[in-house]
Design a protein around this ligand. Structure first.
Ligand SMILES: Nc1ncnc2c1ncn2[C@@H]1O[C@H](COP(=O)(O)OP(=O)(O)OP(=O)(O)O)[C@@H](O)[C@H]1O
Ligand SMILES: Cc1ncc(CO)c(N)n1
Length: 268
């Protein structure tokens, strides 16, 4: 049977744990066929990002159109978009396709080691061009601060951040709490402005969380591709990423990747 399809519009991580590599292995783990519009090639390993080269915006557009016109897209997500020009090209292309599928926007601004993955003028383009087209946006706490100026330190500021982010026009927002260290639990807050749903899970003691944000957003995208509602897709995504963090492995001298291998029959 032909599986559902999910499109990732994102950059490549040479270390294989984040970016399109994380998206493709997560789509695979969900039985969803992954389609790719590559935006940039990063040079990175467990110690950080050494640099990146972005693709011309028309090549990004051409990839999206090629797969959408022939294979069909059941859901899409954006990750590293690198520049305002690429963001504008993606927004225009999505408009031309008629927004017939759910869109998850993970507003990737920097790697977890703090290296920029987005040119400076591009943040405004993400806010104005992509957020209004998004079904769901999934910022981490650093991205929340960059986008809204709000520092999330507790439940009240996490809710205020969700409200401020929804004002940019997405249908739903998931304010991820992974970076709120010092708490025994990881709490992500999902909201559409009416409902506020706290997704609470254990905080695992590990330094190997590379690719966690990408894996969560692509797990949600895969469930949306299969027809789940946003709250159901996010709840399933949270369960999926928890297990991936619990089973994360060391690789290289720095931060190792989260692991979707637990879905394989021979694992554990
Ligand atoms: N130590 C942990 N234990 C359990 N869950 C975690 C842990 N760290 C992060 N998570 C969960 O992983 C998901 C990603 O959250 P996080 O806030 O770390 O995103 P991110 O910063 O975008 O990820 P990345 O590491 O890719 O930059 C969230 O659901 C979060 O609650
Ligand atoms: C290519 C790429 N996209 C996203 C991230 C954020 O995890 C990363 N480190 N690299």
């Amino acid at each position: 049977m032909t599986p559902r399809t999910a499109l990732t519009i994102a950059g490549s991580d040479s270390g294989g744990g984040a970016g399109i590599q994380a998206d493709l292995r997560t789509f695979f783990a969900h039985g969803v066929h992954g389609l790719v519009a590559l935006t940039a090639v990063t040079v990175q390993n467990s110690l950080g990002v050494q640099g990146f080269t972005e693709l011309p915006p028309d090549v990004v557009t051409a990839q999206i159109k090629a797969v959408a016109s022939d294979m069909g897209v059941n859901a899409a997500k954006t990750g590293m978009l690198a520049s305002a020009e690429i963001i504008r090209a993606v927004a225009k292309t999505l408009d031309e396709l008629g927004s017939a599928f759910p869109l998850v926007v993970d507003p990737v601004a920097a790697s977890m080691t703090g290296h920029a993955l987005l040119r400076e003028d591009a943040l405004e383009a993400i806010r104005t061009e992509l957020f209004p087209r998004a079904t769901l946006i999934t910022p981490n706490l650093d991205e929340v601060r960059l986008l809204t100026g709000i520092s999330v330190v507790d439940t009240a500021s996490q809710r205020a951040a969700a409200e401020a982010l929804l004002a940019f026009g997405s249908r739903w927002v998931l304010v991820k709490g992974g970076h709120m260290t010092g708490t025994p639990e990881c709490v992500d807050l999902l909201s559409d402005g009416r409902e506020f749903i706290s997704l609470t899970g254990p905080r695992y003691e590990t330094q190997n969380t590379h690719g966690g944000g990408d894996t969560l957003a692509s797990a949600i995208t895969a469930s949306l591709a299969k027809g789940a509602s946003v709250p159901d897709a996010v709840a399933a995504g949270k369960k999926f990423i928890e297990r991936c963090v619990a089973e994360a492995y060391p690789l290289g001298a720095g931060v190792g990747p989260v692991s979707p291998f637990w879905v394989l029959p021979q694992s554990s």
